[in-house]
Design a protein around this ligand. Structure first.
Ligand SMILES: NC(=O)NC1=NC(=O)NC1=O
Length: 168
């Protein structure tokens, strides 16, 4: 899909295609549409990121809360979005003690920060998820909010590249 096609999309088509670039936050695509035309993929990415950066803290935390746990109940139940299923399905599931430890750390993280632990799974692996969870769990909330939003942007960048880089 080239930028000419992206820039020619009406509102409905744009949100249909880009509505889940930021997990379960079609509002962001709905807002970014009005910024067209986009010069290239990087310009499109910048508009998605700028919308998130311009949100008040409550909105940024809300974006994070729209993310399913990493390898959590939704993965087990098969209720993830297609994008999340693809990202999380690749080798994050583990069994037994590691699974229980990750669930416990996820719960501690969510209790401490008020939003789920978010990590760009495609850039990580099972061991790194546990390591990052344990490391980030004890960080100051203001710093962790910025780190978590950075992961949301990485996930969004990869999803945009899949969509815009996809064949016509
Ligand atoms: N909590 C999460 O990190 N969720 C996710 N990370 C991804 O890469 N895809 C997700 O759904």
């Amino acid at each position: 899909m080239d930028m000419e096609k992206v820039n020619s999309m009406d509102f409905g088509e744009f949100v249909d295609v880009f509505g889940n670039v930021i997990e379960r936050c079609p509002l962001i695509a709905a807002a970014v549409w009005s910024q067209r035309p986009f010069s290239d993929l990087e310009d499109l990415e910048k508009h998605f990121s700028a919308f998130i950066d311009a949100l008040p803290q409550s909105g940024q935390e809300g974006v994070l809360r729209c993310h399913p746990d990493l390898a959590g109940r939704e993965l087990q139940r098969g209720t993830l979005t297609a994008e999340s299923q693809r990202e999380q399905g690749a080798g994050l599931t583990s069994l037994g003690a590691e699974e229980r430890l990750r669930a416990e750390l996820n719960a501690q993280y969510r209790a401490r920060f008020g939003f789920p632990f978010v990590l760009a799974a495609r850039l990580s692996d099972r061991e790194a998820v546990l390591r990052e969870l344990a490391r980030r769990l004890h960080r100051p909330p203001a710093l962790e909010l910025r780190t978590a939003l950075g992961e949301v942007k990485k996930i969004g960048r990869l999803r945009l590249a899949d969509l815009v880089g996809a064949d016509p």
